[in-house]
Design a protein around this ligand. Structure first.
Ligand SMILES: [Zn+2]
Length: 139
């Protein structure tokens, strides 16, 4: 198996990990002596508050489908096939991407349950999940 990091980095990068771990432990002990024994409770409160803020922000501003076309930057992406959650087509320039997920687009336009159940039924029957539309390359 070939390493993904360059060889000159490979040699010394492994020496950094123990130093980082010991540095983090030393930093924590330094904080404990500076702040006191209430530090774990403060950290727990901060982590819980961050989680609560994350849930609140996600509830107030839910995810929206990004309909921006990567080719022409127009807000014109539509689902390629209304029966699946895969593939988009741009109504402005005709850009087609068959592999990209159109889950958010389908979520806004229709009920996902119908699509998921029909795809599940197709899998049980052993039919192919995707229907080829044509043989043009994906550009
Ligand atoms: Zn486009």
């Amino acid at each position: 198996m070939q390493s993904k990091t360059p060889s000159h980095i490979d040699r010394w990068v492994w020496w950094l990990f123990p130093l980082l771990v010991f540095g983090a432990v030393a930093f924590t002990f330094g904080l404990m002596s500076y702040i006191g024994p209430s530090l774990p409770f403060i950290l727990l409160g901060v982590v819980l508050a961050l989680g609560f803020v994350w849930i609140l922000a996600s509830s107030i501003s839910p995810a929206k489908a990004d309909r921006t076309c990567p080719e022409c930057d127009e807000e014109a992406l539509e689902r390629l096939d209304p029966d699946t959650t895969r593939g988009v087509i741009c109504s402005s320039c005709g850009h087609i991407d068959r592999e990209v997920s159109a889950w958010y687009l389908a979520e806004e336009e229709t009920t996902l349950e119908k699509i998921v159940l029909s795809e599940r039924a197709q899998k049980k029957e052993g039919r192919p999940q995707e229907r080829p539309l044509d043989n043009t390359p994906n550009t």
